[in-house]
Design a protein around this ligand. Structure first.
Ligand SMILES: [Zn+2]
Length: 351
C-alpha cells in the first residue's frame, strides 16, 4: 500500500502508563467511557494487530495477550509498540498523561510539547489562591511555556462547550480552582489566540467524542463558526482534533476557512476497520492541505500503534480504490499520503 513506511508526525498524543496493568486496568484504558472491554471494535484491533508485535499469533485471546504483555513488562511493550508505529515526530499534550522525557525514552524520534491552556492557568491559580483571577501571572506563565512548545491546546469543549464567549479582557470575577466559567474560559482562549499568533503556534481544540466529562452536543466544531470568522486572517492556525461523529462538520469548516485544519486522532483507533469510511467522509470536503495525522494515543501504547496502523490501512485502501477507479493518479495519491502523514504538519507548526 502507498501508506506503508511513510514517516508520520503525530501532531497530538499523550504519554503512556509507566506501570504493568491487570485486565480491568487495561480495559479501562481501552475506552473513553465506563465500559472498557475487549469485546469491542478496538478490542478486536488490539488482538489482531498488536498481538504480533508482542510475538503472538494474530487474534490472540485477551488472556493470552495480557499474560504476554505482563511477561515482557510495560517498558518493553511500550518500546515495541511505539517504535512499530513508524512515527518520527511526536507532539505531546503534556496537560494529561506525563511529560516529554519519559515518553522519548520509549518512543524514540523527536518529542515536542503542546501546552494545555487550562492546565497552566489552573496551576497558576493553585499557586496564587482563588480570590481574584491572577490574569497577569497566567499570561506570564503561558508565554514562558510557549517559548519551547510547538503548539497550544484548549479543552474548552469539556469545560463549557465550544460556543464560549471570546473575550479580549479578563472578566472581573473570582477565580475557580477548576475553570468552568464561560467568561474566564473565553478570555483564556482569547489569550491563547494572541500568544499563538505572536509565537506562530497553532491552537488545538478538542472537538467531538471524548471521556464522560464531556457533553458531546457542546463539542460539535460547528459551534466554533463565529470564533473562526473572528480569527480568520489573524495569522492563527486552528486545529480541530478527533471530530467524530462531527468529522463532516469539521471537514466543512476546513473547506470554509483557510486557517482551519483537522485530524481524526482518537477516532481512527476506535472505529477500527471503518477507518476507510471515516477518512472517505472527511475527504469529501476537507481540502487535502487541511488534514493532519494524529493518534491521540493516551495511556496504552497500543493506541499510538493502532492510530498509525489503522490510518495506514484506511487511507491505503481508500487510495487503492480511487486509483482503481481512475479518480486519482498514483503520483497524486502519493503526494496526498505524504501531505497528511507529515507534510501539512511541517508547514503548520514551527521547526
Ligand atoms: Zn488528546
Amino acid at each position: 500500500m502507498l501508506t506503508d513506511g511513510v514517516a508520520l508526525t503525530d501532531h497530538h498524543c499523550h504519554g503512556v502508563v509507566a506501570a504493568d496493568l491487570d485486565r480491568p486496568g487495561f480495559e479501562r484504558l481501552l475506552s473513553e467511557g465506563q465500559r472498557g472491554t475487549f469485546d469491542s471494535t478496538i478490542g478486536l484491533a488490539v488482538r489482531r494487530w498488536c498481538a504480533p508485535v508482542l510475538d503472538l499469533a494474530p487474534h490472540a485471546d485477551p488472556a493470552e495477550y495480557l499474560t504476554r504483555r505482563a511477561e515482557l513488562g510495560w517498558r518493553e511493550v511500550s518500546t515495541r509498540l511505539l517504535r512499530a508505529a513508524g512515527t518520527t515526530r511526536w507532539f505531546l499534550d503534556t496537560g494529561f498523561g506525563g511529560g516529554t522525557s519519559e515518553f522519548a525514552a520509549s518512543a524514540g524520534g523527536e518529542v515536542r510539547e503542546i501546552v494545555r491552556l487550562e492546565q497552566v492557568a489552573e496551576q497558576v491559580i493553585a499557586e496564587n489562591g482563588t480570590t481574584t483571577l491572577p490574569f497577569e501571572e497566567i499570561e506570564a506563565a503561558l508565554r514562558e511555556r510557549a517559548r519551547n512548545a510547538v503548539g497550544l491546546k484548549t479543552i474548552v469543549a469539556y469545560r463549557c462547550g465550544l460556543d464560549f464567549p471570546l473575550r479580549d479582557s479578563p472578566p472581573a470575577i473570582v477565580a475557580q480552582s477548576r475553570l468552568t466559567d464561560p467568561d474566564i474560559l473565553g478570555w483564556l482562549v482569547g489569550l491563547g489566540v494572541r500568544i499563538g499568533v505572536e509565537f506562530g503556534l497553532p491552537l488545538q481544540f478538542h472537538t467531538g467524542f471524548g471521556d464522560t466529562d464531556l457533553r458531546l452536543h457542546r463539542a460539535d466544531p460547528l459551534l466554533l463558526t463565529d470564533f473562526l470568522r473572528t480569527t480568520a486572517g489573524s495569522g492563527l492556525s486552528v486545529m480541530l482534533l478527533h471530530c467524530w461523529p462531527f468529522h463532516r462538520n469539521a471537514a466543512y469548516l476546513a473547506h470554509a476557512f483557510e486557517h482551519v485544519r483537522l485530524d481524526l486522532g482518537l477516532t481512527i483507533p476506535y472505529v477500527g476497520q471503518r477507518s476507510t469510511a471515516v477518512l472517505a467522509e472527511t475527504l469529501e470536503l476537507a481540502p487535502f492541505d487541511s488534514m493532519l495525522y494524529s493518534s491521540d494515543g493516551y495511556g496504552l501504547p497500543e493506541l499510538h500503534y493502532l492510530g498509525a496502523l489503522l490510518w495506514r490501512r484506511g487511507l491505503g485502501r481508500l487510495l487503492d480504490e480511487w486509483i482503481g477507479e481512475d479518480v486519482i493518479t498514483p503520483a497524486d495519491a502519493e503526494r496526498l499520503v505524504i501531505a497528511i502523514a507529515h507534510g501539512n504538519a511541517a508547514r503548520a507548526y514551527p521547526e
